[in-house]
Design a protein around this ligand. Structure first.
Ligand SMILES: [Zn+2]
Length: 492
């Protein structure tokens, strides 16, 4: 009897510049054990472990799938399909050896029911918004059916002209309301008569026989278990747009360069979006346009770094936490009617301040070697009854300022040098507070419509004081912009 000789193989696909190739590695067995080290290029991909037996090296059993965390995803916005890697970076679609595109033109819905209209219209309307899954097992190729059955049979009615060579059936996520729409797929052809399917058709890239679909989709889907696709018809926001969504974007991105609260998508907004795309999303080429993917990233940022407004409450024990709305329009005696002398107890914390602290928390994770972190919101709202206010008569802290304590390597730092490093590198360079260099020493302070910083000379020796007192009262210090709990709504 010959001794059976089993061979173990690790199989996976790797992606280099959008090109997928297969890798097969033989594994050595040591007794009953196999030492398995996954190479770094398997990260994000599904890996299969296969037992091969005997002379013919036939698989002895189904492959063991080692599913690694895979966060690649697709976004379809009604007119184009994009692929993003686990870091949210666009993965280009390779058209041929020299050309690649970042988005494939695609459409859904009949000619008179274009997104977002008619998502509940079976056989006619566009695919409903939400999460849809692409699974390897749901991929079909007409070539596998044989010519006669494929072209004339019921499985592929209309043949290649109608369906293309490949089609990938979609499964809706349990959380997604599919509105009675089933049997929808992604396919590649130019026929416009199939309602909810997503048709990839890009005349500019002029690919024949759906080579792009094959090279990019088929290969990638075959290599993985399942992929998430977000269908979202939300319009994108760009310079010149206006409205409450834009205001919300301005708030969330305020800490990316000091974006002002405005219902208009301004030049400053565009700059902030670019900074966010570069620093948070890691995009090589920032667009300054808030598309679906950027909205998703903003939501993710908000989710991760949202401030707890309870930490900002007044500690007097007399007011409810945010004053009593006293002294609107009352200014300090013998002083001009400037915001810095305004006695008004604003009805909460200014949202720009909260989101600026969120951005600071983010920047601390990627800047200064990650040495520093926020220890606590030491003092924020202080009403007129607050002991500190009675003593100092300061008006900034009635919703417009926050004092923050920091840790260095895990424990509180009171070093004024550290505060100056934080003021300069985080609050000036990232969040847009002004600084001046005098005798090669950075100076901190205030400029119109920018976040303000107290310097150590003014008293902020062991903490960072950040405020919005130099924002124009109208429109930037509108009562509506002060909150007692931070926004939890999502943008996508
Ligand atoms: Zn109080």
């Amino acid at each position: 009897m010959t001794e059976a000789r089993y061979k173990w193989q690790l199989r996976y696909e790797k992606s280099e510049d959008g090109e997928i190739s297969s890798v097969t590695t033989d594994l050595t067995r040591n007794g009953n054990r196999i030492q398995l080290t996954l190479p770094s290029d398997t990260a994000g991909y599904t890996v299969e472990l296969l037992a091969l037996g005997g002379v013919d090296s036939e698989p002895l059993c189904n492959p063991f799938t080692i599913a690694l965390r895979r966060k690649e995803h697709l976004v379809f916005n009604g007119s184009s399909l994009q692929w993003f890697d686990k870091d949210g970076k666009e993965v280009p679609f390779k058209v041929d050896d020299t050309t690649s595109v970042n988005a494939l033109k695609a459409f859904t819905g009949s000619a008179d029911l274009q997104p977002p209209e008619g998502q509940d219209k079976v056989n006619e309307g566009p695919i409903p918004e939400g999460i849809w899954w692409l699974k390897r097992d749901n991929l079909q190729c007409i070539d596998d059916l044989g010519f006669w059955r494929g072209t004339f049979g019921r499985t592929w009615p209309g043949g290649v002209e109608r369906w293309g060579r490949y089609r990938l059936w979609l499964e809706h996520d349990p959380e997604t309301k599919n509105q009675g729409r089933t049997n929808l797929c992604v396919l590649g052809n130019e026929s416009r008569n199939t309602g909810g399917n997503i048709h990839i058709f890009d005349s500019e890239t002029d690919f024949t026989d759906m080579e792009v679909f094959k090279k990019n989709f088929v290969k990638r889907v075959e290599s993985g278990g399942r992929l998430k696709m977000r269908v979202n018809y939300a319009k994108s926001y760009k310079k010149g747009d206006t409205g409450n969504d834009v205001l919300e974007i301005n708030f969330r991105l305020t800490g990316f360069g000091g974006v002002l609260p405005n219902t208009e998508f301004t030049e400053l907004t565009e700059k902030g979006v670019k900074q966010f795309q570069r620093d948070y999303m890691g995009m090589d080429t920032s667009t300054g346009i808030v598309d679906v993917n950027t909205l998703e990233a903003i939501d993710e940022f908000s989710e991760r770094y949202r401030e707890n407004v309870d930490d900002y409450k007044c500690s007097c024990g007399k007011c409810g936490g945010f004053g009593n709305g006293q002294y609107k329009g009352v200014y300090r005696d013998n002083e001009p009617e400037l915001e810095m002398f305004h006695h008004y107890e604003y009805p909460g914390m200014h949202q720009s301040l909260l989101w600026a602290v969120s951005a600071a928390r983010f920047y601390l994770t990627v800047k200064l070697g990650g040495e520093y972190s926020v220890k606590q919101i030491y003092s924020a709202y202080r009403c007129w009854a607050n002991a500190t206010t009675i003593r100092t008569k300061t008006t900034n802290h009635m919703g417009k300022a926050v004092d923050i304590h920091f840790n260095k390597n895990g424990s509180r730092t009171r070093d004024v040098k550290d505060m100056d490093i934080l003021r300069e590198k985080i609050f000036c360079e990232c969040i847009g507070a002004p600084k001046q260099i005098r005798n090669s020493i950075p100076q901190f302070g205030w400029l119109n419509n920018q976040f303000g910083l107290e310097s150590a000379a003014v008293g902020a020796t062991t903490w960072v004081h950040l405020d919005v007192r130099e924002f124009d009262t109208q429109p930037y210090l509108n009562d509506m912009y002060f909150v007692q709990c931070n926004s939890e709504k999502t943008l996508v």
